[in-house]
Design a binder for this molecule. Sequence first.
Ligand SMILES: Nc1ncnc2c1ncn2[C@@H]1O[C@H](COP(=O)(O)OP(=O)(O)O)[C@@H](O)[C@H]1O
Ligand SMILES: [Mg+2]
Length: 139
Amino acid sequence: MIISILNMKGGVGKTTTTLNLGYALAQQGYKTLLIDNDPQGNLTTGIGIEEYEQTVTDTYLNGILPIHQLSEKLHVIPADITLSTVYNELSNKVDANFRLFKSLKAVNKDYDYILIDNRPDAGILASNSILARSIHVFS
Ligand SMILES: Nc1ncnc2c1ncn2[C@@H]1O[C@H](COP(=O)(O)OP(=O)(O)O)[C@@H](O)[C@H]1O
Ligand SMILES: [Mg+2]
């Protein structure tokens, strides 16, 4: 199941919810993937990932899933400020709103839960996050 934690307001607990829900689900034995979909990268730093070469930016631009295995059950795809470039990079691509959907299709069956943390946004990042939740309808 893919859950997108999204709200148009900042500072309302999106990242805190994603992080704690993720930990709790993993602790209960559910295989869980957290995706940081915010260029601020608060989930990434909050969960303790300090070193990474690739981020969710590479997912959007190249279809790569740079998954960090924090534990057997808890995996994370980090984000950093480069994520803010995807608005320009994808603006003229027909599948701009389906990039996450396409990439996550390959791993959806490997996880009990995929949680996506978002920035307050009504652009490409938000639509990718919302549309990714429809994967189960097509697979
Ligand atoms: N349930 C809560 N009770 C009290 N403070 C909270 C709660 N959830 C989050 N916070 C605090 O609110 C601030 C914003 O939370 P955050 O999760 O970063 O929001 P967002 O991701 O929506 O911007 C942080 O300082 C966080 O520690
Ligand atoms: Mg946040």
